[in-house]
Write a protein that binds this ligand. Structure first.
Ligand code: ADP
Length: 356
């Protein structure tokens, strides 16, 4: 059996009582040894016993106040922290420490509570990551299975000799090739996305002139747009300042946004640059159908598509492009935002801190 243990509070009370007894004993000893006599003429005010009694009362009151203060400023917060620690131990991270005092123990309680909040936020964040991971796996499984099932269907139709004429045969083969291309594209995007998510790629950051890097990217693009019925309108001169980016990744970000704009625009795409609060902003605006407000917040989620059937079938999308763009932009300490109005078009705004 465990021996009885004194609590700290009990020890302090015993210590205080001991101090009172020792002080009383000492006073009695002094009184007896100094042979204090009281004559009939001794007035009350100079009566030493009165002073002894008064002194004893002061000592007792002093010790009692001391016990109360120790209780209030040491044991109450320790108890509050113990209660909070028990809640944390049982998994309840929403229980705050109910103790506030402007002293060292109060500060300690505040720090302890900050630790609880931090722990709670980290756990919530981990739950969110776990949920996202599960959603991602579900989407990957679905998006890989759909084209594979149809490839299998077409191959079986050919194997079973259902296809009789050359025209249908070629149509089936080209659909199989199309689906295989789509799978390839999806796997490429997935590989980039997961590498970035796991932090398995590094950036080769360089201090580059924004005007120059934008011009070199769009010079090539202008050629590509010559054969398209979409007009690429560049508001030149592009702002010429310095940003710290990986040129390859920077072009990848632009490429994703421009190819999306090209897929969804009706007639034109406009590109503008400006500097706001020491940040370079690049706006890519199209005049497409726009994105409904209620799904705008999900647009950067992996595998999100406004109209899954149409976006996947007609536009060959994987729903990973914008998730990749967001990851890449944030790795550059940048930010991407979107503004859209149904029937008017969509504008993506990239924002990179200047390196000046
Ligand atoms: P993907 O890689 O398939 O192009 P994204 O992640 O780039 O996918 O885009 C996700 C979805 O966002 C698209 O399927 C489309 O529905 C919508 N979207 C993206 N860009 C635009 C745009 N410029 N205009 C309208 N819708 C867009």
């Amino acid at each position: 059996m465990k021996p009885d243990k004194f609590t700290l509070r009990g020890l302090i009370i015993i210590f205080m009582l001991g101090m009172i007894l020792i002080t009383t004993g000492l006073m009695m000893y002094l009184f007896l040894n100094f042979d204090i006599r009281i004559s009939e003429h001794t007035t009350l005010i100079i009566n030493p016993y009165l002073w002894l009694a008064l002194f004893m009362v002061i000592i007792i009151v002093f010790y009692m106040i001391l016990v109360l203060l120790i209780n209030k400023y040491i044991f109450d917060p320790i108890l509050a922290m113990r209660r909070a620690a028990e809640h944390i131990k049982s998994g309840n991270l929403n229980y705050p420490i109910q103790y506030a005092a402007d002293n060292e123990i109060g500060d300690f309680c505040i720090e302890f509570d900050k630790m609880r909040v931090r722990l709670r936020d980290t756990i919530l964040e981990q739950h969110e990551i776990e949920k996202r991971r599960k959603r991602l796996i579900a989407s990957i499984t679905h998006d890989l299975r759909t084209p594979l099932t149809s490839i299998k269907g077409y191959v079986e139709a050919i194997q079973d000799g259902i296809v009789k004429d050359q025209e249908t045969y070629e149509k089936y083969l080209s659909t199989i090739a199309e689906k295989a291309d789509y799978l390839n594209h999806l796997i490429d995007d997935l590989s980039v996305y997961t590498k970035q998510e796991l932090g398995e790629f590094s950036l080769n950051l360089e201090r580059v002139n924004s005007g120059k890097i934008l011009l070199s990217y769009f010079d090539h693009k202008v050629d590509e747009f010559k054969y398209s019925n979409i007009h690429l309108i560049l508001y030149k001169p592009f702002i010429s300042t310095f940003i710290n980016v990986d040129p390859y990744r920077f072009n990848q970000i632009l490429e994703n946004l421009i190819s999306n704009a090209k897929k969804y625009a009706h007639m034109k795409i406009e590109v503008r640059t400006k500097v706001v609060n020491y940040h370079l902003q690049i706006a890519i605006k199209d005049d497409g159908d726009g994105i409904p407000q209620d799904v705008l917040a999900s647009i950067f989620d992996p595998f999100f598509m406004v109209n899954k059937v149409k976006d996947q079938k007609e536009k060959g999308g994987s729903g990973l492009g914008l998730a990749i763009v967001k990851q890449l932009t944030e790795r550059h300490d940048g930010k991407i935002t979107v503004e859209s109005n149904v029937g008017e078009g969509t504008t993506f705004i990239l924002d990179f801190p200047l390196d000046i």
